[in-house]
Design a protein around this ligand. Structure first.
Ligand SMILES: NC(=O)c1ccc[n+]([C@@H]2O[C@H](COP(=O)([O-])OP(=O)(O)OC[C@H]3O[C@@H](n4cnc5c(N)ncnc54)[C@H](OP(=O)(O)O)[C@@H]3O)[C@@H](O)[C@H]2O)c1
Length: 264
């Protein structure tokens, strides 16, 4: 019996594999990889991994199984799981919008973890939300796995949609915010790479302040502003141009689309 199996070795599956190995949660010979093509099988086999082209080997021979295919490929990848009993085993899904109740119809009697990582997982800085169907012995291991690629938080499934804008989609919102400032800097004569570095490093540093400071976010904002000064001149423009309203609409649209998609 392998301790860990993965179905779907794409960008996310591979990042999680790397996190698990580099943090020593499992060794290569404790892991079985379920691959989709001869080409990928050869690549991973040459790298010393145990591999199979038959996902049923994963269903039968692995204690903890990560499902990291695209949601639209899930049914094909896991249809055959329905004939097995997963009692005493654990399924971890990172598929967006696939609910625990759906996963339970494929993986009979399994302990199930539905998770939502984000793309900074690719550089071991992912922020992952995790929920489960039942209190079970696997929770600490699942947290270790996602902490190996960043930071992980347990929540309840009813909050998965509401948390999506705050982690899964947040990188895109911040990238847009950063892009506009970078382009304005460049337009005003700063070379693009310097503008990118100034903006990105300021975002990283400000996020660290939010996490580490005892001050409220309002106080942090006030600490950058002085009456009649430069920062506040810019902030007034954001307030006057419905920045808050736009962010609230962005949050709602993201959550509503998540609810819609998980109904399909
Ligand atoms: N990227 C994100 O921002 C993000 C964030 C959170 C969650 N997720 C979730 O993560 C999952 C994977 O996303 P990704 O970006 O890593 O996608 P991806 O790079 O396309 O990876 C999916 C992998 O699944 C493999 N696959 C497809 N059908 C299979 C089957 N029947 N058996 C075995 N393997 C199969 C594909 O192999 P081939 O390439 O050989 O076909 C591919 O390597 C998705 O469900 C997504 O919702 C992604």
């Amino acid at each position: 019996m392998y301790k860990f199996g993965i179905i779907g070795l794409g960008k996310m599956g591979n990042s999680i594999l790397e996190g698990i190995l580099s943090s020593g949660i499992y060794k290569k010979d404790e892991i079985l990889l379920g691959l989709h093509s001869e080409q990928k099988l050869e690549k991973y086999s040459n790298d010393g991994y145990e591999c199979t082209l038959n996902n049923e080997d994963i269903f039968m021979d692995c204690e903890i199984i990560l499902v990291s295919v695209k949601p639209q490929g899930f049914s094909e990848a896991c249809e055959n799981a329905k004939k097995y009993d997963f009692r005493g085993k654990c399924i971890i899904s990172i598929m967006a919008g696939v609910k625990i109740e759906t996963l339970m119809t494929y993986f009979n009697n399994a302990s199930i973890f539905r998770t939502m990582p984000n793309t900074p997982a690719l550089i071991k800085s992912g922020v992952t939300t995790i929920c489960t169907n039942i209190e079970n012995k696997f929770q600490d291991t699942v947290l270790d796995i996602f902490n190996s690629i960043g930071k992980a938080y347990m929540i309840t499934e009813d909050l998965m949609d509401a948390s999506l804008p705050l982690n899964g989609s947040m990188p895109a919102y911040l990238y847009l915010f950063a892009k506009i400032f970078i382009e304005m800097g460049a337009k005003n004569g700063i070379d693009y790479e310097t503008a990118k570095a100034l903006t990105a490093e300021s975002i990283i540093a400000s996020a660290k302040m939010i996490v580490s400071s005892d001050d409220s976010i309002d106080t942090l904002i006030n600490n950058v502003c002085s009456k009649g000064g430069t920062t506040i001149a810019g902030l007034y423009e954001l307030y006057d141009n419905n920045f808050e309203e736009a962010i609230k609409k962005c949050y709602d649209a993201c959550v509503n689309r998540s609810i819609e998609l998980s109904k399909k």
